[in-house]
Design a protein around this ligand. Structure first.
Ligand SMILES: Nc1ncnc2c1ncn2[C@@H]1O[C@H](COP(=O)(O)OP(=O)(O)OP(=O)(O)O)[C@@H](O)[C@H]1O
Length: 263
């Protein structure tokens, strides 16, 4: 395994996440091969690729739901002055700062308000009840969550509502790195745009949040992202700044993949 210093020396200090020749295999197949990327702090990255190309697997590696079979992932957290192998970061610290919103989130049987506040209560040594309430109110307002929804249980919510609550639960934590797995797939256009606006605002905050988002809705991500990473059969096929992307070609290739899968 490469030393972190080997990566630090080749990338600039604005990098928040660096992966070096990361591969992931199960007993049966290789899901990711040799992925090396460097993602800047406060950047907005769209991660795209055909179904099964390894996008979710990549996000799961970044908050250590799984670990690479080969290669290394390093991050530069806010209060550190160097990239650090994520396997050396205490797992609670990593999960508090690098938050993943899965495609089909669960509220673990909680009501909406309780679910959103849950991660803040886990940090109760740091935040008192008043601070938790203030943080909740801020995000409930920003995300325009209907007060009537707050006492609903998980079963009374649609997939889109569950996704929205999971996004709120992630944002109240004010993570340094936010990983979103198709967050807008069940949202209407209005909420999708609201989400992207909020994410852009957070990226420009004095404590900028870095976002990586899997999203198949190219028309949405095109105007939002500043970086595009494309996976194909578990390999990095494109890594471009947004201005360099041929969006029409990307759209055509995703459509081709979808047609082949349908066939
Ligand atoms: N733990 C696992 N064991 C075996 N195979 C897996 C595992 N996790 C994912 N896979 C398979 O690995 C491939 C990549 O999965 P992944 O979910 O990362 O792709 P994806 O690009 O996110 O796809 P989608 O767009 O459909 O969500 C798929 O074929 C999937 O079935």
């Amino acid at each position: 395994m490469q030393k972190v210093s080997a990566i630090s020396s080749i990338i600039c200090p604005t990098v928040a996440i660096a992966t070096h020749q990361v591969s992931y295999q199960t007993k049966l197949q290789t899901l990711l091969t040799d992925i090396s990327v460097a993602i800047d702090r406060g950047s907005r990255t769209a991660l795209i690729g055909a179904t099964g190309s390894g996008k979710t697997t990549f996000l799961r590696l970044l908050n250590r739901l799984i670990d690479p079979s080969q290669g290394m992932i390093a991050m530069m957290l806010r209060d550190r002055d160097a990239l650090q192998n994520i396997q050396e970061i205490p797992i609670q610290t990593l999960r508090r700062r690098v938050v993943l919103v899965p495609q089909e989130p669960t509220l673990l049987g909680m009501q909406v308000k309780e679910a959103i506040a849950y991660p803040l209560h886990l940090q109760n040594q740091k935040l008192n009840a008043q601070a938790i309430d203030a943080r909740l109110k801020t995000w409930i307002d920003k995300l325009q969550i209907d007060r009537q929804l707050l006492n609903r249980g998980e079963r009374e919510l649609s997939l889109g509502q569950r996704q929205w609550v999971a996004i709120a639960r992630a944002l109240v934590m004010q993570p340094e790195i936010l990983l979103l797995d198709e967050p807008t797939s069940a949202l209407d256009r209005g909420l999708s745009h609201l989400l992207l606006d909020i994410l852009t605002e957070q990226a420009h905050d004095s404590q900028p949040m870095t976002v990586i988002m899997i999203n198949h809705q190219l028309d949405l991500v095109q105007s939002w992202c500043d970086r595009l990473i494309c996976l194909e059969h578990g390999k990095l096929s494109q890594d471009l700044i947004a201005g360099e992307v041929d969006w029409q070609a990307i759209d055509d290739s995703l459509k081709r993949d979808r047609n082949q899968q349908d066939f």
